[in-house]
Design a protein around this ligand. Structure first.
Ligand SMILES: C[S@@+](CC[C@H](N)C(=O)[O-])C[C@H]1O[C@@H](n2cnc3c(N)ncnc32)[C@H](O)[C@@H]1O
Length: 206
C-alpha cells in the first residue's frame, strides 16, 4: 500500500470531499484516505464480487468501517458523493462509466492507456482538467487527472502530452519515441520526430 501512485491519487482529494472509489479492487486508496483523515467520507465500489471481498477483508484487517457497493460504475450507488476516483482502467471503460447521470462533477481519473483520447473527450463533454500529474512508479509513468465541470479547449500539445509540466516525463516520452523511431514506417517516423520537437520545446520553455 506504500505506493506513490496511491498517495498521488489521495493528493487530489480535499477534506470536504465525499469520495467513491469506483473499481476499488484491494481498497488501498480508501484505506489510505480513511487512515489519514483526508476526506469527509469514502465509499468503494467494484463490478467484481471477488475484488470487493478482498477490499472488505482489508478494511477488517485495518479495523476500518467503509461501505462498499457491488456496482457497474455508478449504477447501484445510492449515497451522495461529491467526487469519484476511477483509476487503473482503460480510457474506453472510464468514458463509459462517466456517461452515467449519477457521475459527480469532480473526477480523479487515472487511465492505463489512450491519454490523448481521454483528455480530448473530457473537454468535449464539458470537463476541465484542473490538475495533472505524471507519477513514476517501478519504471512506469501513471497519469492522474483532476477534472471538474468547466469549459476548456486544450491545444494539440496539451492533449497529446498533458499539462503535468513534468520535464522528466517529457524526456521519458522522447526516449521512448527514440527507441522505436528506426523500426517504424517513414510517415510514423516523421510524426515521432515532430512529437519529439514539441516535447523538447516543452522542456526548454522555462
Ligand atoms: C486494475 S484494478 C485498479 C484498482 C484500483 N482502482 C487502483 O487503481 O489501484 C481495476 C478494477 O476496476 C474494476 N472495474 C472494471 N470495470 C468496472 C466498472 N465498470 N465498474 C466498477 N468496477 C470496475 C475491476 O473489477 C478491478 O477491480
Amino acid at each position: 500500500m506504500n505506493s506513490e501512485r496511491i498517495k498521488a491519487l489521495a493528493d487530489e482529494i480535499s477534506t470536504k470531499d465525499i469520495v467513491l472509489d469506483v473499481g476499488c479492487d484491494h481498497g488501498y486508496l480508501a484505506i489510505y484516505l480513511k487512515q489519514h483523515n483526508l476526506c469527509q467520507e469514502v465509499y468503494v465500489s467494484d463490478i467484481s464480487k471477488q475484488a470487493l471481498s478482498v477490499a472488505q477483508n482489508n478494511f477488517k484487517k485495518y479495523h476500518l468501517d467503509i461501505q462498499s457497493f457491488l456496482s457497474d460504475g455508478f449504477e447501484n450507488i445510492d449515497v451522495n458523493i461529491t467526487t469519484a476516483v476511477i483509476a487503473g482502467m482503460g480510457t474506453s471503460n472510464i468514458l463509459k462509466i462517466i456517461e452515467h447521470k449519477k457521475t459527480p462533477s469532480r473526477l480523479v481519473l487515472a487511465s492505463n492507456n489512450e491519454h490523448y483520447r481521454l483528455r480530448k473527450e473530457l473537454n468535449k463533454r464539458g470537463y476541465k482538467i484542473i490538475d495533472e500529474k505524471a507519477i513514476l512508479e517501478k519504471g512506469h509513468y501513471y497519469i492522474i487527472l483532476l477534472c471538474n465541470i468547466g469549459k476548456q479547449r486544450l491545444n494539440y500539445k496539451e492533449l497529446k502530452f498533458g499539462i503535468s509540466n513534468n520535464d522528466e516525463y517529457y524526456q521519458y516520452l522522447i526516449d521512448k519515441n527514440n527507441e522505436i523511431i528506426s523500426k517504424v514506417p517513414a510517415l510514423k517516423k516523421l510524426h515521432l520526430k515532430l512529437d519529439n520537437l514539441l516535447l523538447k520545446g516543452l522542456i526548454e520553455r522555462k
